[in-house]
Ligand binder design. Sequence first.
Ligand SMILES: [Fe+2]
Ligand SMILES: [Fe+2]
Length: 370
Amino acid sequence: MKHELKTSADRRRFVKNGLTAGAVMVGGALLAGGSPALAHSGEERSGRLKKGDAAILRFLAAAEILETDLWQQYNELGGIQDSEVPGGSGSAIYTGALANLDTDMAQYIHDNTEDELTHEVFINAFLASKGADTVNLDEFRTLPSSQATGAQQIGRLTNLMQLTVDTSWWTRYRSGSKNPDFGDSFDQAVPTLNKGQHPAIPRTDDDLAPTDHIQAIANTAGFHFGTIEQGGTSLYPSLAQRVTDVEVLRIVLSIGPTEAMHFQTWSDKAGNARALTDPTDPTLVFPDLNSPPLGGEEFQTNLIMPEPTVFLNRKLPACSIVRPTATEGAATGALKFLTDMGLFIGQSSAFFALMADLAEDADEARRGGR
Ligand SMILES: [Fe+2]
Ligand SMILES: [Fe+2]
């Protein structure tokens, strides 16, 4: 279907018409609080917010819902299951493999999961408080859970069992001369993780052995954590540049840096991923991160703060910054990044259409716009 939707206008019409056609089944569920008029007019309500601000917040709410869903899966098997983050009963062997990256991994997974849940709930509650439509993706909780002992058996929004993980953030944040906003590209820390499809959680209890196999799965998770959170670290400042209302700007500027706190934590832990070849899938190789082509002064694993690099103009002095932060197409770019990593393998065309619509609406927002 994708190729039939040539332009963004076509795709939007499809989504809106889809909402109208499926109003009873889908319309109300997708946009909770949406009136029947929503489905008929094909326009989300902004309430007392600027249209662009509401669209940016809705895209961020959707992103946070998706983040919560994936983190919840990690927490059920490898985190701490408690009243703050309920669900699942843990996998001792997977949790132990994660602990080889840091003995506090389970706590960090728990806390990251709780943070995403609060982001999702807060942004939607803020939208509702302003009379704007909120986002609810429950209709799309259709993907299977891990069959490993410890996971809940419920429908998921995201797929952590077939990931293609872009690990270029490892070199991007260590470069002192390149910036993706200048069109620069970056080498992968774990090239084989960026090819093929790899589980980041045990799919069944068969994945719990041999030792180096479950360690490869834990290492994959360790890099995926950083990949996800560097995405959030860039997404918030990228979208903030097109927010109009100061209170909405405050929300975006206050949540964004927590994503950076997550990212830096995971950046540190990924550096502890032990070099190994997955005995079950020998195409997956975790290299020694302190040896060539990595390693050396620029790439040593304890360099977890951003290396100052070019920003805005190559003639200006190097600056320690989040990168990328270009605002043009930031939401659609984030959606592509999540899609390309395989996070949505198995999702319906209606899911992709809705997400594309939310992203396009966010990317149409203009600072000072209506
Ligand atoms: Fe978040
Ligand atoms: Fe996050």
